[in-house]
Write a protein that binds this ligand. Sequence first.
Ligand SMILES: Nc1ncnc2c1ncn2[C@@H]1O[C@H](COP(=O)(O)OP(=O)(O)OP(=O)(O)O)[C@@H](O)[C@H]1O
Length: 378
Amino acid sequence: MTDIELTAVTKTYGATTVLNELSLSIKNGEFLTLLGASGCGKSTLLKLLAGLEPPDSGEIRKGNINLLAQTPAERDCAMVFQSYALYPHMTVGDNICTPLYMNTMSFMQRLPGVRWLSPSARKHIRTAHEQGRKIAKTLGIEHLWSRKPAALSGGQRQRVALARAMVRRPSLFLFDEPLSNLDANLRQSLRAEIRQLHDELSVTFVYVTHDQHEAMSMSDRIAVMKNGRILQLGTPAEIYDQPQHRDVAAFVGAPRINFLPITRDSQGRASFQGQNLGQMLPATVAEVGFRPHTASLKPQANALKINAHVVLVEYTGAERIVTLTTPENINLTIVLDSEPNLRTGDDLTLFIPMSHCHAFDSEGLRLMPLCVPLSCAA
Ligand SMILES: Nc1ncnc2c1ncn2[C@@H]1O[C@H](COP(=O)(O)OP(=O)(O)OP(=O)(O)O)[C@@H](O)[C@H]1O
């Protein structure tokens, strides 16, 4: 099977450019997540893949097949929406199976009267129901077969929508925020189920979400989007550990990454709270980011030192989340797994190993740290 290649795809609605010269290679069989804030163009990209909308320019190809020349039905993909999109007058069984047998019947056989009179049409329906029941069993909804959608919970409805997509055995699944309407516990269990389905089916999943937990826990690769462009494409670990843009760093991780604005000393060297960082950070650094879990209260070499004031200590059981403010009025959040005596109002010094600091320039682009060890001049 072949990868799907999007090349310089642009989509506009009126004066709004929703996708901007976007290029992306979707590997055959991978679980790829499009992650980004509301309005960044994720759903539009999904619609272009499904053939529900055409791009203004650019190419979408699968090997030597030009997908843009194919109708949605020819593209062999199934879409699962946030809103389930079930037929309210049909039972669960009919919701799952109707698209399947309608696909395999001739126009005449699809006519309601003929459908039940024609032996071959009845055979199609019987086969579809057998396949549908198997899938329903896999998803744990077989006992709901004769119910109508109104008599189902949100999680059950989404399972029916999943079953309806799976029964056709498409080579590409497109998910548009399928878990957004569900409560946190159900989201977590369906997240795992969708990932398991992917592993069992071994077909390509493209999954849209603005929830970084979903993206990080389910995906082989994540494309982080902003303003119709991909800021970074990588594995969850690459996205988390080596964010190529400050907005990528800010989008993943909870609590959120901290950012420190870097100033210049009288000689033009990078500095923060009077420390000379010129030996450690590239000359063009504008900001340093560090994740809340990387801060320590233990003095150490080659570390960025931050003087701060404790505003709030929150106990979460295993760890404590500490909110601080610096003399420059920068708010910081750190996570400590042990510090029995820390209280609101304390003044302290944080140490962030330079190996855990992310440097960004004024455009937000990642800079490689200098390899010269720092002698932090206080
Ligand atoms: N049919 C349309 N006509 C006009 N504008 C549209 C249309 N569809 C989408 N847009 C606009 O395109 C932009 C991107 O929309 P899109 O739905 O792709 O974003 P998204 O990242 O999926 O956001 P969300 O997470 O809120 O669904 C938005 O500003 C939206 O208002």
